[in-house]
Design a binder for this molecule. Structure first.
Ligand code: PHE
Length: 360
């Protein structure tokens, strides 16, 4: 038995060394340790020995099995490393090569406009923040000064989910990006200067409403902030965004529970043969809600309203895209029609920047 074990070990170790890739190694493993493998057969042989010889032979075969398994593992690691090196060498990409002249993908106007708006606000020192689409009642409503019985909950056609939090309150799809204001103020210390782009959801559907749309929230909190800052910031933004200094805008007094005073901002526009044109006409399109952060909201996140004030705004991204790029029906944004995207989409190679131009 002893000599048989030794001979088999030498033979199998040689095979293991010789295996040139993982496939070959697997074949050797099956040949040695598989159901009909050589080691397995040898182990079966132990049972046929006279009883007094069995313990020693059994130990020898088991030890052999252990050594073979170890050798297989070691060789497998070696081969896997080699294989990885080979693939890394083969799959190198020369990033200095110029791109193909005409990339076939197009950037959706919503993505384009998010990039443009981000570039403008980044230039004013705002950072990008994010929050979840599935929100809890606390962040979407309560912390924004919208208590359970408040009528403004009906103003917003909320999608509630079946899942509930520990208190038995259903989770919901956020109806606006304003919960990111709360999440930002809870997580950090003032001053704050953030914008938060994202999807929001409401039960609504017509030419200018879809059940899912996009907003950008803006929040600035600092000492001695006032409505003049808000207005200046948004007017500057609108001029930069439309790349024109003569955009007609108006602020209308409005109401939001989480701002006081509150306003809405409209951009002058006109509908001409199914096209939406900025400026000129007699129509106004509402593009954002805004106001000074309500003292109760500040106090709720532990900020003293006597020391800190802020302004906030919520911008409809899709509306801005419609206005800037003359798209009359919002619903077409989400139909996934490639012809539409080819027509209204943007080249992935033109990244919007303030110095290179927002849109080309
Ligand atoms: N969250 C509001 C809406 O969706 C917009 C808004 C944001 C108003 C911030 C004021 C301040 O209608």
């Amino acid at each position: 038995m002893q000599s048989e074990v030794q001979a088999l070990e030498a033979e199998l170790l040689a095979l293991i060394e010789k295996a040139a890739d993982l496939g070959e190694l697997e074949a050797v493993r099956v040949r040695a340790l598989g159901r009909r493998g050589r080691v397995t057969e040898l182990a079966k042989g132990v049972g046929r020995l006279p009883p007094e010889a069995r313990p020693e032979a059994g130990r020898a075969v088991n030890a052999l099995k252990g050594r073979i398994e170890e050798a297989l593992l070691r060789r497998r690691a070696e081969l896997a490393a080699k294989e990885q090196e080979r693939r890394l060498a083969q799959e190198t990409i020369d990033i200095t090569l110029p791109p193909k002249e005409r990339p076939s993908g197009r950037i959706h106007p919503v993505s384009q406009v998010i990039e443009e708006i981000t570039a403008i606000f980044a230039d004013m020192g705002f950072e990008v923040a994010e929050g979840p689409d599935v929100e809890d009642d606390e962040h979407n409503f309560a912390a924004l000064n919208i208590p359970p019985e408040h009528p403004s909950r009906q103003m917003q056609e909320t999608f509630f989910l079946c899942a509930e939090d520990e208190a038995g309150t259903p989770y919901l799809l956020r109806t606006h990006t304003s919960p990111v204001q709360i999440r930002t103020m809870e997580a950090g210390r003032p001053p704050f200067r953030i914008i938060a782009p994202g999807r929001v959801y409401r039960r609504d559907y017509d030419m200018t409403h879809t059940p899912m749309f996009h907003q950008i929230e803006g929040l600035l909190v600092d000492r001695r902030t006032h409505m003049g800052h808000l207005k200046g910031c948004l007017v500057d933004f609108i001029r930069a965004f439309f790349e024109r200094d003569d955009i007609p805008v108006r602020f209308r007094p409005s109401y939001f529970p989480f701002t006081e005073p509150s306003a809405e901002m409209d951009v002058g526009c006109e509908r001409r043969q199914g096209q939406l044109v900025v400026g000129g006409g007699k129509d106004w399109l509402e593009i954002l809600g805004c106001g000074m952060v309500h003292p109760k909201v500040l106090a709720g996140v532990g900020l003293d309203p006597e020391v800190w004030q802020g302004f906030a705004f919520g911008l409809g991204i899709d509306r801005l895209a419609m206005l800037k790029y003359g798209i009359a029906d919002l619903r077409t944004f989400f139909e996934g029609d490639l012809r539409w995207l080819t027509h209204y989409g943007f080249s992935p190679l033109d990244v919007p920047t303030l110095f290179g131009g927002l849109s080309r």
